[in-house]
Design a protein around this ligand. Structure first.
Ligand SMILES: O=C(O)c1ccccc1N[C@@H]1O[C@H](COP(=O)(O)O)[C@@H](O)[C@H]1O
Length: 210
């Protein structure tokens, strides 16, 4: 099957230098830092700033937040060179605006969620990230029923939730997202990425394109 675009790849929840290098070397388009303290992948702003120095031009740096205070996001922006914000909690459309950066909004997929209505409530969003509905907001390594995704969405779709090298090609062919986002599926332990799994994941995405 021929796609009109190259599926973008975001690797999220990096905590170590070698993992950033592995993601960049494998061809990731974006690197995510988790600024949600309860997450096992949490990094401080200082740590994220150190890691961000390893990220070359044209690879985006994404800051992930869950229900943050505005001052917390502002502090992140002052400390870390972020290009995109990812809001992964119960934020409203207004909560996500006003930072002077593009943002993507996560929807935690469950039966009954009206995704078109949900997307419309985030008028400033640059993309809609679809994740499984898990305890702890995200990063649970669980897939969701892709048939719940409407065929036409008003925003670029970023597919996440339980993706790994073994299912990502099928996911890309089935959903045809703008981008995929992965955390657990390229880890050897929570917060510890595995270079081989990252490489295999990227190859899986590229393989989907035939
Ligand atoms: O990674 C986390 O710890 C995390 C914590 C809170 C909210 C989101 C989080 N990660 C995001 O969750 C999805 C799915 O991750 P996985 O591949 O299933 O582990 C992904 O978008 C991560 O960015």
């Amino acid at each position: 099957m021929t796609f009109v675009h190259r599926t973008r790849i975001k690797i999220c929840g990096l905590t170590r230098e070698e993992d950033v290098r592995a993601a960049v070397d494998a061809g990731a388009d974006a690197i995510g830092f988790v600024f949600y303290p309860p997450s096992p992948r949490f990094v401080s702003f200082a740590r994220a700033a150190e890691l961000a120095r390893l990220i070359p031009p044209f690879v985006s740096t994404v800051g992930l937040f869950v229900n943050p205070e505005r001052s917390y996001v502002e502090a992140a922006l002052a400390a870390v060179p972020l290009q995109v914000l990812q809001f992964h909690g119960d934020e409203s459309g207004t909560d996500c605006l006003g930072y002077g950066l593009p943002f993507i909004k996560a929807a935690r997929m469950r039966p009954g969620l009206d995704l078109l209505k949900y997307a419309a409530s985030f008028p400033g969003a640059q993309g809609l990230l679809l994740d499984a509905f898990v305890e702890g907001y995200g990063g649970g390594g669980e897939t969701f029923d892709w048939s719940l995704i409407p065929s036409r969405l008003p925003l670029p779709l970023i597919l996440s939730g339980g993706l790994h090298a073994g299912n990502v090609a099928e996911a890309v062919r089935c959903v045809q997202p703008w981008a995929v986002d992965v955390s657990s599926g390229v880890e050897s332990a929570k917060g510890i990425k595995d270079a081989a799994r990252i490489t295999e994941f990227v190859a899986g995405v590229r393989h989907a394109h035939g």
